[in-house]
Write a protein that binds this ligand. Structure first.
Ligand code: ADP
Length: 200
């Protein structure tokens, strides 16, 4: 039995990775660490960090690797992430993969699985349009969506090749009901013997 659950969920904008990531993290009893959520919370609260990233995120650009990496390392150093965590939105490019590797290797840790949530482009665009109406996210403008999808294709999708070479990627069909998709992810993790880690 694997005694850790160090996970990453990857998928294009509108794939539902935030929703599914939160569900899976909850089921496994590990913290969901979403860089996008951290930035949004800071923008909302008007912190210095929020001020720093506000314009960048609204335009659909990436925050610097240094700043994002520091935020993730700080969060993963908290006690509740000792045996597991679910990363959502980080790493998002090869440099961030290398930064995360260095951090985890230093601690004698590594990712146990990477969930690739697949949805057809038209489906994710339709979902984003709906989310723009419902939530009014500042980065759900047509322009910022196009920018984020382009960055996903050019910078984020390639990180899956790195993890695929390590044999830790599970591709999951992201079209279906919320429960169906959660069930598919759970089945993939169970097949890897990844279950709720024992608390330390
Ligand atoms: P989405 O996946 O829909 O683009 P996220 O909530 O993951 O939304 O991210 C929102 C924004 O936060 C990104 O467009 C980017 O500006 C910033 N961000 C999130 N994660 C990272 C990251 N790993 N590196 C750089 N910027 C990031």
């Amino acid at each position: 039995m694997t005694s850790s659950a160090r996970l990453l969920i990857v998928g294009p904008q509108g794939s539902g990775k935030g929703t599914q990531g939160a569900r899976i993290a909850q089921a496994l009893g590990v913290p969901a660490v979403s860089t996008g959520d951290v930035f949004r919370a800071n923008i909302q609260a008007g912190t210095a960090l929020g001020e720093q990233v506000k314009a960048i995120t609204a335009a659909g650009n990436l925050v610097s690797d240094e700043l994002t990496g520091q935020i993730v390392r700080d969060r993963l150093s908290e006690a509740d992430a000792a045996t597991g965590f679910l990363l959502d939105g980080y790493p998002r490019n090869i440099q961030q993969v290398n930064d995360l590797d260095a951090f985890l290797t230093d601690r004698g840790e590594s990712l146990d699985a990477v969930i690739e949530l697949s949805v057809p482009r038209e489906e994710s665009i339709a979902r984003l349009a709906l989310r723009a109406q419902e939530q009014g996210r500042t980065d759900d403008t047509d322009e910022a969506i196009a920018k984020r999808l382009a960055i996903y294709e050019s910078e984020t999708a390639p990180i899956l090749d790195v993890y695929r070479e390590r044999g830790i990627v599970d591709q999951v069909d992201g079209v279906g009901t919320l429960d169906e998709i959660t069930e598919r992810i759970t089945a993939a993790l169970t097949a890897r013997d990844i279950t709720r880690p024992a608390t330390v």
